[in-house]
Design a protein around this ligand. Structure first.
Ligand SMILES: C[S@@+](CC[C@H](N)C(=O)[O-])C[C@H]1O[C@@H](n2cnc3c(N)ncnc32)[C@H](O)[C@@H]1O
Length: 366
């Protein structure tokens, strides 16, 4: 197996805009780094095996101001290489990419498929799509870059041998399956509201169903129309919230919020629930569970050395009870890791998850 450097045939730097963004721990936001002002820092960021944030707040925050939410990035090179390997792209293939971003991955795909192949890449943000078209042309590649919602795929150029998505989804859009040839592959970060996503590789079948395995943990930004919403428990809600105590210890709580432990399974069993973990100070940590739609929340407040810990629950759902029950299920099922899961999407759109095999006793529709 070659290293990721050797598998990336196109240099990254020409695709990176002159202004990029980095975390600012002091504010919890993102600050700009400009190539014109600090070329050394810019080059370090481009050379590192790390994602680079290339846009914040859908482009509404301009350089020099504080960004709140990353909205486009150039992915981590080693992950880009791993996804290209998992996608198994051959010379002459027709490939659809969702999430053009900088255009770097579209260039890598174009290099893979060669002159006989064809790459289409869809980007929702018109300004990003335009920049990517320019960078691709400058680098000598000519994939078709379409401005639009990638959830629709791109029917005029279908069928595709491969569809790859570089943003994450909670459900596999039906057009992706319809636009992939039987035997073709869809590779996408996929997951639930609860935690991070698994890189999921589905094969499309003659009957227009698709199935395959979940894999490594990947942290991609959500496609624009499937972003999460947060809620903030109000003081008067806290006053009337149901108050109990949990018998879970620190290790069990750690497992509940960790992807490679119980978090992936909990997300598959507790719909529309998102968690946050916040260290308030050296001795206090807070885990919160939110369901924005039903305006339900739960809060577990951990105080060092003072368990059992207090649980507040508010709203029509008892989210802590649901998550706790899913945790017990995970433990009783032998603590399945995310890579033991698979997903089948039937022609009617039902998503069914299973452990180890599609006909396993452990399978359920989402
Ligand atoms: C991680 S970046 C993509 C990285 C890119 N492949 C590269 O090589 O630089 C994700 C991109 O998906 C785009 N995106 C988000 N929602 C989308 C949607 N519904 N359709 C198409 N693109 C979308 C974002 O604007 C962002 O540019």
């Amino acid at each position: 197996m070659t290293g990721w450097h050797e598998r990336l045939a196109v240099p990254r730097a020409p695709f990176i805009p002159s202004v990029v963004w980095v975390d600012d721990p002091a504010t919890d936001g993102f600050v700009s780094v400009s190539r014109d002002d600090d070329e050394t820092r810019w080059r370090e960021l481009v050379a590192a095996d790390e994602p680079i944030i290339t846009q914040v707040d859908d482009g509404t925050t301009t350089p020099g101001n504080l960004g709140l939410r990353p909205s486009s990035s150039c992915s981590q090179p080693s992950l880009v290489a791993a996804m290209l390997t998992a996608l198994e792209v051959h010379d002459g293939y027709r490939v659809l990419e969702i999430g053009t971003g900088t255009g770097w991955n579209a260039a890598l795909l174009s290099a893979r498929v060669g002159k006989r192949g064809h790459v289409v890449s869809v980007e929702v943000d018109p300004a990003l799509a335009e920049d990517a078209r320019r960078c691709l042309a400058d680098a000598g590649y000519a994939p078709l870059v379409v401005t639009g919602d990638g959830a629709e795929g791109y029917a005029p150029e279908a069928p595709y041998d491969r569809i790859t998505c570089t943003a994450s989804v909670r459900a596999i859009p039906r057009p992706w399956i319809d636009q992939t040839r039987p035997g073709g592959v869809i590779l996408t970060p996929w997951g639930t509201d609860y935690g991070d996503d698994a890189l999921t590789r589905l094969e499309v079948h003659e009957d227009r169903s698709a199935s395959g395995r979940c894999g490594i943990n990947v942290a991609f930004m959500r496609v624009r129309h499937q972003r999460r919403d947060f809620l903030e428990p109000a003081a008067d809600e806290l006053d009337i919230a149901e108050t109990t105590q949990t018998t879970r210890d620190g290790h069990e709580l750690f497992e509940m919020v960790t992807f490679t432990r119980a978090a992936f399974t909990i997300g598959l069993r507790v719909p529309s629930c998102y968690f946050t973990v916040e260290d308030l100070d050296h001795d206090h940590r807070r885990i919160e569970l939110h369901d924005v739609r039903s305006h339900s929340w739960s809060r577990v407040t951990l105080v060092r050395g003072q368990d059992p810990w207090t649980v507040h629950q508010y709203g029509p759902r008892r989210l802590w009870d649901e998550v706790d029950a899913a945790y017990i299920w995970w433990r009783d099922a032998g603590k399945p890791t995310p890579d033991r899961y698979g997903l089948t999407v039937t022609p009617d759109g039902t998503h069914t998850v299973w452990i180890d095999a599609p006909d396993s006793e452990h399978r359920w529709p989402l």
